[in-house]
Design a binder for this molecule. Structure first.
Ligand SMILES: [Zn+2]
Ligand SMILES: [Zn+2]
Length: 208
């Protein structure tokens, strides 16, 4: 670290751009991908089939027993009724529900279309308290580090991708302000929180 910013980015010091190198361009950070590196990233078609595989497993809300489904990759911003939600401190996946607020100020918007809400919530499965956010599949294949199954999510934004991708990005400090460095979600730029910056998702399959 001692004044050499490049050392924060690459473990083995090198001036050569490698796949995954980050370039700091006056505050904007660019991700350098080589053709060989990009061969390991999923195409949009692969992402779509990963999404369909996830939904084919028919994940369920362990409390409401309703079946959850990740919305199409084209759908962003608007939270779907069947959208999976997660308690980011434990990884338990649920359907949207209004109860469990620890503070009274949490908004309760009917119809399950509330934005990532304020206020801490208590997970009904393990009682850990933390933010409760909708899950979104990361849509940009070029930001994936492999084409593994989307089993993990960034905290606190809820972007879902492969384990290798969350672990990799959680270890990359990006410039934050003029002096600080912090890991961020590559899909939305949210600064990561929690012990690791990501969580393994715990889905409940259909009870049979
Ligand atoms: Zn939990
Ligand atoms: Zn994100």
């Amino acid at each position: 670290m001692k004044g050499m910013m490049g050392k924060l980015y690459v473990e083995n010091e090198s001036n050569t751009l490698q796949d995954g190198s980050l370039i700091d361009l006056c505050g904007a950070t660019l991700l350098w991908r080589t053709p060989a590196g990009l061969r390991h990233t999923p195409t949009l078609k692969q992402l779509e089939s990963l999404r369909q595989e996830l939904n084919a497993a028919r994940p369920q809300c362990p409390v409401g027993f309703n079946t959850l489904a990740f919305p199409s990759l084209a759908q962003r911003e608007i939270v779907d009724k069947k959208q999976p939600w997660v308690y980011v401190n434990c990884g338990h996946v649920h359907g949207y529900h209004n109860w469990g607020y620890r503070k009274e100020k949490g908004p309760a918007v009917p119809g399950g279309t509330a934005p990532a809400s304020t206020g801490e919530r208590e997970c009904p499965m393990c009682r850990r308290v933390g933010p409760y956010v909708p899950l979104w599949l990361g849509c940009e294949g070029g930001l994936y580090l492999d084409a593994g199954p989307p089993t993990h999510a960034f905290c606190p934004c809820g972007h879902v991708c492969s384990e290798k991708t969350v672990v990799g990005w959680s270890q990359i400090p990006l410039p934050h302000g003029t002096h600080a460095f912090h890991a961020a979600c590559p899909f939305c730029g949210t600064w990561l929180t929690g012990e690791q910056g990501h969580i393994k998702l715990i889905f409940q399959g259909p009870v049979d």
